[in-house]
Design a binder for this molecule. Structure first.
Ligand SMILES: [Zn+2]
Ligand SMILES: [Zn+2]
Length: 177
């Protein structure tokens, strides 16, 4: 597979005929997809599939982006991972070769008969990556005293490491009872 062009979509067959559609299913890889401690690896497949529809002035892309992410759990620092499956609906505007850069950066653009979906895929995946991932929602994290992973073991810190000054308070509380 030519990864360089993995997210390129030729639209020659529909571009002159508004309302006509083309289904597509592309798989590729993108470097540098990272937010906080979570990322999509450079060797992780990213699949984008859906329908391209010719509309006035461009091509409307509707579909799904599917991939998986890895990272470090914010509580226990072990590996965390998950799946991304996000819906997309974006308009790609056709741009004339000599019209120069547009001030409007909110829409994706293309020249000629080929759309490059890479920027759209990148933008959407970055939005979906968890900034502070968890290995599982009920992760118990590390003990703040001894560092043991509380998902794997139980420590006695809560009982044994207590500030001796609490003993005085305990005594007072006991007296009140
Ligand atoms: Zn964890
Ligand atoms: Zn502990």
């Amino acid at each position: 597979m030519n990864t360089k062009h993995a997210f390129s979509l030729g639209v020659t067959h529909i571009s002159k005929d508004p309302g006509s559609t083309l289904s597509f299913d592309l798989v590729g890889y993108i470097d540098d997809l990272k937010v906080g401690s979570s990322y999509v690896g450079r060797n992780t497949e990213i699949e984008v599939s859906g329908i391209a529809e010719a509309v006035h002035g461009g091509i409307l892309i509707s579909g799904h982006i599917v991939t998986s992410w890895g990272g470090e759990c914010r509580r226990c620092l072990e590996d965390a991972s998950g799946r991304i499956d996000v819906s997309v609906r974006e308009l790609f505007e056709r741009q004339d070769k000599d019209s120069g850069p547009s001030l409007d950066t909110d829409t994706y653009r293309y020249v000629g008969e080929v759309l490059d979906l890479r920027d759209m895929v990148k933008d959407q995946v970055l939005l979906e990556l968890p900034i502070a991932p968890l290995c599982k929602t009920e992760c118990r994290g590390l003990c703040v005293h001894c560092g043991v992973n509380l998902n794997q073991a139980q420590c006695d810190c809560e009982l044994s490491i207590r500030d001796p000054r609490w003993n005085v308070l305990d005594a007072l509380l006991d007296k009140d009872r």
